[in-house]
Write a protein that binds this ligand. Structure first.
Ligand code: RIB
Ligand code: CA
Length: 315
């Protein structure tokens, strides 16, 4: 069976990198395009990193377009404090074997969606600026979008600030556009991704793979894990972004709940915080998203490692 047509908009970033490998290595996904955004690092670095990751994965036929250098507000909040100076610090990466498509990310998204014979799933694993820009520039594109599934926000605490998760903090106006779009939206927040820990047993499975892709993933987990331990005292890093892709491959890997979700745009201390009404307390607000609640972590890691090993053996 042909894979689902998917566009991944990302800010690679160690966990974005694993999300790209999961997608490329799975027959359930037809990765039509990758677009890049500022976030974990500058958009220039994220774009170079995306080309390097896809080169490592042997996916040099996937078109890549550079996207937003900053939020709809113009601000550019960067996460190099987690991902290092390059945005993908740790192991050496291959030089890109191909170049980007010289068109803005929203324009490429629109073109890919228009050309597709079936609706396209949009996966966003960074600040969701490019997706919001697409919806603002080309509202007619909505007809060709099956759903938007994004990593961001949280039903509980944040990370970049005590209440706001990094992606939503970096561009809350963009998430507001997406939440008000009327499109099917699935939210994968920190409450879910903190169940996706790359524990030592997981990293050992990567390190036991006798190929560059597996060794690179293990080294990424080493760098990412050191950052998470230094900043947030985690014993193992939560590998956030592949959770979005895993949900497209295996419908049972995540449990969902419909809820009204809003993003705070005004709060002095709470800007970028997602407010997730899991119990319908805002009676006048109908649910506008499906929110990820439970992860089958064993199933998740089996999916990720299967893709990583498959790509490694092919390389
Ligand atoms: O808060 C975690 C999210 O912010 C992840 O997507 C990570 O890659 C960064 O973009
Ligand atoms: Ca990301």
């Amino acid at each position: 069976m042909a894979g689902k047509p998917v566009i991944i908009d990302c800010d690679p970033g160690h966990d974005d990198a694993v999300a790209l490998l999961l997608a490329v290595g799975s027959d359930a996904i037809d990765l039509r395009a990758v677009t890049t955004t500022f976030g974990n690092c500058s958009v220039e670095d994220a774009t170079r990193n995306a080309l390097q990751i896809l080169t490592l994965a042997g996916a040099t036929d996937v078109p890549v377009a550079r996207g937003a250098a900053g939020a709809l507000s113009g601000l550019s909040t960067l996460g190099n404090y987690v991902h290092g100076a390059s945005g993908l610090d740790g192991p050496p990466m291959p030089a890109p074997a191909f170049d980007i498509v010289e068109e803005p990310a929203p324009a490429m998204m629109r073109r890919v969606i228009e050309k597709s014979s079936e609706p396209v799933t949009v996966v966003a694993t960074g600040p969701i600026t490019n997706v919001a820009q697409l919806l603002l520039d080309s509202p007619e594109s909505k007809e060709g979008i099956r759903e938007i599934i994004f990593m961001g926000g949280s039903t509980e605490r944040g990370n970049h600030t005590p209440t706001a998760e990094f992606n939503t903090y970096a561009d809350p106006e963009a998430l507001d556009v997406v939440l008000q779009s009327g499109l099917p939206v699935r939210m994968v927040g920190l409450n879910l991704t903190h169940q996706a820990l790359a524990a030592p047993a997981v990293v050992e499975r990567m390190a036991a793979m006798h190929h560059t892709v597996g060794q690179t993933c293990a080294a990424w987990m080493g760098f990412f894990g050191a950052s998470y331990n230094r900043i947030w005292e985690f014993d193992a890093p939560p590998v956030h972004d592949p959770c979005t892709v895993a949900a497209l491959i295996d419908r049972d890997v995540i449990g969902w709940r419909e809820a009204f979700v809003a993003v705070e745009l005004e709060g002095k201390w709470t800007r970028g915080t997602t407010v997730v009404d899991l119990h319908g307390r805002y009676r006048e607000q109908a649910p506008n998203a499906k929110v990820a609640i439970t992860l089958d972590a064993e199933r998740y890691w089996d999916l990720v490692l299967k893709s990583v090993d498959r790509l490694g053996r092919q390389s």
